[in-house]
Ligand binder design. Structure first.
Ligand code: ZN
Ligand code: ZN
Length: 237
């Protein structure tokens, strides 16, 4: 077992709110500079920049997890991580069919840029990615089984787009094995207020939208820096 420094919530230039400097090469290089062993890309409701980052991460010996920050129909953000790129890309197609047919207005929301591993623009996403999907939080864990994924609620201590802000509680019925908190959160105060949280392991991620936002202080003790090992450890939480 060794310390695996992770950041499992990072946005690229494909997220409308993501800085255009969040290119595949810049993200992988910042992860390496920050000493991370495990990185996930989690753009809003899309995985289309995962192939480029996965290829670059492999070339640089960085363990990469393809992911997505899904907006449920209740407007709760969920981090979905996949054990394979194929599973992630299939889930991307499924989610695309569950997004409202609203086009992105680049002047208002910013560009949604898809890049290859050389940071060349290979396309832009036309549908606005930050809208809520038609997927209920009740279905997300079931969907993860279908697509080979693992999910947990994002930034639960935030006052918007979080499970606590929407439901006013941490519902015990979902049995989430992890819950993401921001670096500013007070874990013991949260558990005191929402006892069901004692079932979940807290994960601290950056939710980086710029190159300056990466988190390099959170770690798990893992035998190898992989999603499978992480899930095993969270299972024993
Ligand atoms: Zn979010
Ligand atoms: Zn996010």
């Amino acid at each position: 077992m060794s310390r695996c420094y992770y950041d499992l919530h990072v946005h690229s230039c494909l997220s409308p709110c993501g800085d255009e400097e969040m290119t595949p090469n810049n993200i992988v290089n910042m992860a390496l500079l920050n000493g991370l062993s495990l990185l996930a890309l989690t753009d809003h409701n899309t995985t289309k920049n995962c192939p480029a980052i996965m290829a670059l991460a492999a070339e640089n010996g960085l363990s990469f997890v393809p992911g997505m920050e899904l907006t449920t129909e209740e407007e709760i953000h969920m981090i979905c991580l996949f054990s394979s790129l194929d599973g992630a890309m299939e889930f991307d197609k499924y989610v695309a069919g569950k997004l409202p047919p609203v086009l992105n207005e680049e002047a208002v929301f910013g560009r949604q840029i898809i890049m290859d591993k050389n940071d060349e623009i290979i396309g832009t996403e036309e549908k606005l990615l930050i809208n809520a999907t038609e997927i209920s939080i009740d279905r997300v864990q079931e969907l993860m089984k279908d697509y080979g994924g693992f999910c947990f609620p994002a930034h639960i201590d935030r006052t918007s787009y979080s499970i606590l802000s929407v439901f006013g509680d941490f519902p015990p019925d979902y049995h989430f094995r992890a819950a993401e908190i921001t670096p500013k959160a007070d874990p013991s105060a949260l558990t005191a207020s929402y006892p069901a949280l004692s079932e979940a392991r807290f994960l601290i991620n950056s939710d980086a939208h710029t190159l300056y936002d990466f988190n390099n202080s959170a770690f798990l003790e893992l035998s190898r820096p992989t999603l499978a090992e992480m899930i095993k450890v969270l299972g024993n939480a």
